[in-house]
Design a protein around this ligand. Structure first.
Ligand code: GDP
Length: 437
């Protein structure tokens, strides 16, 4: 995730503040100098960084704060509040038209992630708001663009409307008519991009805008391009008028400066972020949660939401029941493991927990290979063996090990772990029931 370097440096500045009982104005100014450097190194716009530090310093050097019982905590609180404000304050949702369909025009430079994120966003809103989305292929210059939209549409089972290489304005209009006639309430127009902003591109986008009056124009920018992403946002906004930004590729090693500068420079909020190449890798942008992640305080709410979206509630309840009665089988265990995997990488998930240091994680690499091994071992067992591991004798162990290409020791280790887990859950359950364990 972006911001790793920034998080580390801000945490170190905070640590310096916390180590002092009382704070002087000079202590706060020193810390602010560190944070300012960290912001600049993260590629935050120069003026944005300067204004941010000024705002925090003014509030944090107030006598009332310095004389308070926990001045360091107060300063951190101020940094957090200002950071939330910098990121846009409130979460800004996509506007939904009072009369369907809602028309979202997706614009951006080539390669920013427009086509992929059209589909991601359609999938997200279908899941979160039960919408019926339609994707419309208005990028007529690159035949591959239409095919690409069809591919991602098919993957998510979302209909794509296309008329080949026609006139993009007409295609947009026909697409919207098609939506109205067929009950689609959310239309995404995948417009053409260019390598650079040019007049021809802007004219075409303006023509589409004038012809269909979109509910929202969302600009897709690539977080990895840093301050260029901010300049592109400014130019599109001035020429076309945008309602918000979808910042893609926040999973990469972008330093994060673009995300921190866009709102302050353009006045337009980030509404969504792209967090990976998979079609489920998109999140609504919440300034408060992002500030919390940046300050190393985690993002438990997003983690819980991801878990709720991924885990089958009924199955989870059943597993909990089985665990409580000590009847958990290896089949249940495998199911849980597979659901965990579809939530995202362990590292990404752990990174959302408060106090987990991203750098330490990189050292202690969460063993995804181990998880894959566990899965392979369970998969080469018969259903009977999974339900009742006690029947697994040596010759069965040998067969299982050969089936998954691992050693008998690996099979033994897993069985021991599973046994220990079962024992522990039985003890916990009996303790919870007031028994003696
Ligand atoms: P377009 O030219 O703007 O339509 O861009 P595409 O949708 O074709 O995306 C360009 C590339 O960026 C593709 O390889 C996408 O898979 C990739 N991409 C898009 N969004 C993300 C993201 O959030 N994270 C990562 N890692 N890759 C992304």
């Amino acid at each position: 995730m972006a911001f790793e370097g920034l998080t580390e440096k801000i945490s170190s500045a905070f640590k310096g503040l916390r180590s002092k009982g009382r704070l002087t104005e000079a202590d706060v100014k020193d810390a602010m100098r560190e944070i300012r450097m960290a912001l600049l190194e993260a590629d935050v716009n120069f003026k944005v960084a300067k204004d941010f530090i000024k705002a925090v310093t003014e509030k944090a050097t107030d006598a009332e704060i310095l004389d308070s019982l926990s001045p360091a905590q107060q300063v951190i609180k101020i940094v957090n509040e200002e950071l939330i404000a910098l990121l846009g304050g409130q979460t800004t949702r996509l506007t939904i038209a009072p009369n369907p369909p809602t028309i979202v025009m997706m614009v951006g430079l080539q390669g920013a992630g427009k086509t992929t994120n059209c589909a991601k966003l359609a999938g997200l809103l279908r899941k979160q708001q039960q919408r019926r989305p339609l994707l419309v292929a208005c990028d007529v210059y690159r035949p591959a663009a239409i095919d690409q939209l069809k591919v991602v549409g098919r993957q998510l089972d979302i209909t794509v409307f296309d008329e080949g290489q026609g006139d993009p304005v007409e295609i947009a209009k026909h697409g919207i008519d098609h939506a109205k006639r067929n009950g689609y309430d959310l239309v995404f127009l995948d417009t053409a991009g260019r390598l650079h902003i040019d007049e021809k591109l802007m004219d075409e986008l303006k023509n589409i805008k004038a012809a269909v009056t979109p509910t929202e124009i969302i600009l897709v920018v690539d977080a990895m391009t840093g301050q260029d992403a901010v300049t592109v946002s400014q130019t599109f906004d001035q020429a076309l008028g945008i309602n918000g930004v979808l910042m893609s590729k926040m999973d990469g090693d972008a330093r994060g400066g673009a995300a921190l500068s866009v709102k302050a420079v353009t006045g337009k909020p980030i509404k969504f972020i792209g967090t990976g190449e998979k079609l489920g890798d998109i999140e609504p942008f919440h300034p408060d949660r992002m500030a919390s992640r940046i300050l190393g305080m985690g993002d438990v709410l997003t983690l819980i939401e991801k878990a709720q979206q991924t885990f089958d509630q009924k199955q989870a309840a059943e597993t909990a029941k089985k665990m409580a009665s000590g009847k958990l089988t290896l089949t249940d265990f495998l199911g849980q493991l597979q659901q965990m995997k579809s939530m995202g990488s362990m590292e990404e998930m752990l990174g959302m927990l408060p106090g987990v240091d991203a750098k330490a994680l990189a050292g202690a690499k969460i063993d995804e290979k181990q998880m894959a091994h566990t899965e392979a071992i369970i998969q080469s067992m018969t259903p009977k063996e999974r339900d009742n591991p006690s029947i697994i004798n040596f010759s069965r162990k040998k067969r299982i090990a050969a089936g998954c290409g691992l050693s008998v020791e690996a099979v033994n280790k897993l069985l021991k772990q599973f046994e220990a887990m079962q024992k522990m859950t039985r003890q916990l359950t009996s303790m919870a029931r007031g028994g003696k364990g």
